[in-house]
Design a protein around this ligand. Sequence first.
Ligand code: UDP
Length: 382
Amino acid sequence: MGDRLMMVGAGLSGAVLARELAEAGHAVTVVDARPHVAGNCHTARDADTGVMVHTYGPHIFHTDDDGVWDWVQRFARFRPYKNQVKATVGDRVFSLPVNLHTINQFFGTALRPEEARAFIAARTANIPNPQTFEEQALAFVGPDLYAAFFKGYTEKQWGTSPANLPASILKRLPLRFTYDDNYFFHRHQGMPENGYTALIDNILDHPGISLRLETFFHPAEAADWDHVFWSGPLDGFFGYRLGRLGYRTLVFETFRYDGDWQGCAVMNHPDLDVPFTRTTEHKYFSPWETHEKSVVYRETPRACEPNDIPYYPIRLVEEKSLLADYVALAETASNVTFVGRLGTYRYLDMDVTIREALDLAVAFLAAQATGTLAPRFSKAPL
Ligand code: UDP
């Protein structure tokens, strides 16, 4: 007879952990406050157009982790997908991420790879150890491309100057001296054929798992369970008693269009005089389907208020200091493990979320087998 485990949250972390622990013989109850599984990667087919909509914004699965890639194949058929993003700057459209095409478009040149490398090198600042996003960008692409593609977008996305943000955010993006316009470096990239919600439904489809939607779990109930995994906000578990960790949220303006609105899945808008950062045309996230009509989102980031859905942890100096206080508090919660993006207050891609959940399941089972304490976090928040 296994333990009675409570998994709070039916997003990726919750579903993967629940599955692994149920397969190990435990009885796992998964609760989620929302009326659907899959957290922010929830997808739903739009009744009017038939388009599969990424309800909380675009999610593109990509990974270099063969174990994660193999694991997800058990629960969904993945269709090939290549993220090819465009950007409208002023009255021109450019290819992203910054690649040889972008450079030649932007400077009106016809440079070959080595020429472009030398051309960009002559424009970049010599900053030996860039600390901020801005320094990193000036060292990486120089002032012209920085001003056109990164400065305004980043200010809108994060609500602060790139001079206040860490270099790590920019390190997510490639710079290429070829015409390869794949947004990601990873060897595996794809979309689950029937959407992420079907993927999560299949992960949760196990006799050892019982699911309760529209159900709030109150931290005071933790004592009723052998162990609790909390994938909600870390500060939320403690009733925000020390204050709130800062997040950016996204506001989506949705409209339908009879035809093709922009002809691609993602159009970025780095210009500061455009309020939104991205326009996403959802039918292009399922390129194997054909749809006459279209569902389009305009995405505007802003500060997350108490009743908003948290998206991106801010993690600047102020937040990190509050985070340290919550981490200390978490050490006192005896049978709880904090997991995932919200539980560890980290900007996580889907594949990393799955990897951490798989590794946590192994660590939890090992701790049980040896009678030692379960990990407090799926990954240290600081
Ligand atoms: N970014 C930018 N211009 C762009 C796209 C991204 O300046 O056209 C910056 C921005 O600061 C963003 C970061 O790069 O937060 C990471 O971008 P990514 O596309 O990975 O963001 P996500 O899809 O995770 O929101």
